[in-house]
Write a protein that binds this ligand. Structure first.
Ligand code: C2O
Ligand code: CU
Length: 485
């Protein structure tokens, strides 16, 4: 069996792409979003085609699908405990919904077509309304044909500010994405092809931060930065390394974690995952440091440079202020009484159910053909079941208020970022070893053949999606429904 051909990152020359953007702080790209009335925050999102300068001159703009014409969509910024009303207008030519990734919202607001709501038809509007119980870094995206809708640019950050924020000099949101562009800088329309679906998903060739190929990120000596990283890519996993800097991880998937340096100095983010970092900028004015992504061996590349402004340091010594965030509101599970369920993940190339000669034949038959929008069910499975179309029937029913441990076994040769809707869970063990930080997550990255145990209280009633966030894997069967009743 042949290894997939990893498309080269940055097939375009970054130099030729970069013009006047150098030096601009990424944070400055987000205007503040107006519209707050009393204690109800109001937002209006229009899903519609748009154009974006992903690449820059001399290349043309890229035709995208967007919220309000831009990628990422507007940053929704709320305060913890606030009530929000978000009107979504569909100006696409196909159905859509919006899912508030990581937010523990009531089930009818979760944005899963057919399962929690009727999809929003073209030219229709739907109003989402909920409270935000937890602070943190979240994001929003469609849940209808997400492998194409997200892949064309429909996503945006959603930030919930703490009641008592930690002290930093700047709070910066960085939404990472990965695009598969053609030489004319337009999005390749080979969405949902069999090759991507059966391997590591639609890994592209152009990485953007906040909708453009980054060159530099300007910092000031002595400042303390809070960096909110969001991976909005369909399939690309990032492992970010910061030359000569020691970021502290203070939250994962929006949920506070004991501040710690990332293992091996690498911040690893699977699709849909987030990390909040606190950075003390310890370099000197005028210095320059690389940020590299080293996840795929042999395909490492420099994402951008941290460039220190030629200005006197903001302070002589790093800020001496606490960086630990106050806990959110998830109930603690009771491990002694927790009920345990085993979940096995199988499929894919070189995996169990699709291994051997049958795959070879299928590959020859199907490869090369563009199967746009097609759902290749049968490629991946959860507990032996490969989901087709819209899944409605739960494979697991949990009692509301009870503690659960899900012992997940990745029997495939691929990474899978597994996401559970409506809840956050603690990652308590990997390959039988207790995790050091028992981190709360809503999306947990499973390495090939890894065993991962997660624990949580099923405290949010409804039917919740549980799926791989490599969007091609999800569409190709790696999803199911967990019901809390
Ligand atoms: Cu971020 Cu079910 O999705
Ligand atoms: Cu997967």
């Amino acid at each position: 069996m042949q290894e997939p051909q990893e498309p080269q990152v940055f097939r375009f020359s970054r130099r030729s792409f970069l013009t006047a953007s150098g030096g601009a702080a990424v944070g400055a790209l987000f205007p503040t979003w107006p519209g707050r009335t009393g204690s109800i925050a109001k937002y209006h999102l229009v899903a519609r085609p748009g154009r974006a300068h992903l690449v820059g001159a001399p290349y043309p703009e890229t035709a995208i699908w967007s919220y309000n014409g831009a990628v990422p969509g507007p940053e929704i910024r709320l305060r913890q405990g606030e009530h929000v009303q978000i009107t979504v207008e569909n100006q696409l030519t196909e159905e859509t919904t919006v899912h508030w990734h990581g937010l523990r919202v009531p089930n009818p607001m979760d944005g899963v077509p057919h399962l929690t709501q009727k999809p929003i038809a073209p030219s229709e509007t739907f109003v989402y309304e909920f409270d935000v119980p937890d602070a943190g870094t979240y994001w929003y995206h469609p849940h209808e044909r997400s492998f194409e809708q997200v892949g064309r640019g429909l996503y945006g950050p959603l930030i919930v500010e703490e009641r008592e924020p930690i002290q930093v000099d700047r709070d910066v949101t960085c939404v990472l994405d990965d695009w598969r562009l053609l030489p004319d800088a337009q999005i390749s329309d080979d969405f949902g092809n069999f090759m991507d679906a059966s391997h590591n998903g639609r890994v592209g060739n152009t990485v953007t931060v906040n909708g453009r190929i980054p060159e530099t990120f300007a910092v000031w000596a002595g400042e303390r930065l809070r960096l909110r990283l969001i991976n909005a890519a369909n399939a690309r996993i990032f492992a970010l390394e910061f030359q000569d800097h020691r970021p502290m991880v203070i939250a994962l998937d929006g949920q506070p974690v004991a501040p710690h340096e990332p293992a091996g100095g690498r911040v690893i983010l699977g699709p849909a995952m987030r990390a909040d970092l606190v950075f003390d900028m310890t370099g000197r004015p005028g210095e320059r440091f690389g940020v590299t992504d080293t996840f795929y061996r042999g395909l490492e590349y420099r994402l951008l440079d941290l460039t220190y402004e030629d200005a006197p340091p903001l302070r002589a010594h790093p800020l001496d202020a606490p960086m630990r965030l106050a806990a959110n509101t998830m109930p603690e599970r009771d491990l002694a009484t927790a009920e345990r369920h085993e979940i096995a993940f199988s499929g894919g190339m070189m995996g169990g159910m699709m291994g051997g000669g049958m795959m070879g034949g299928m590959m020859q038959g199907m490869m090369g053909g563009m199967m746009r929008g097609m759902q290749h069910s049968g490629i991946w499975a959860i507990n032996g079941v490969s989901a087709t179309g819209h899944v409605l029937d739960p494979f697991l029913t949990l009692d509301r208020g009870r503690s659960y441990v899900l012992a997940m076994r990745n029997e495939t040769a691929w990474h899978h970022p597994m996401h559970l809707h409506g809840h956050a869970f603690r990652v308590i063990a990997r390959d039988g070893q207790p995790t050091r930080y028992r981190e709360w997550q809503d999306t947990v990255l499973m390495a090939p053949h890894e065993r991962v145990e997660i624990a949580f209280v099923a405290d949010n009633s409804g039917k919740w999606m549980f799926h791989c966030h490599i969007l091609e894997h999800q569409a190709a069967g790696m999803m199911g429904v967990i019901r809390v009743a």
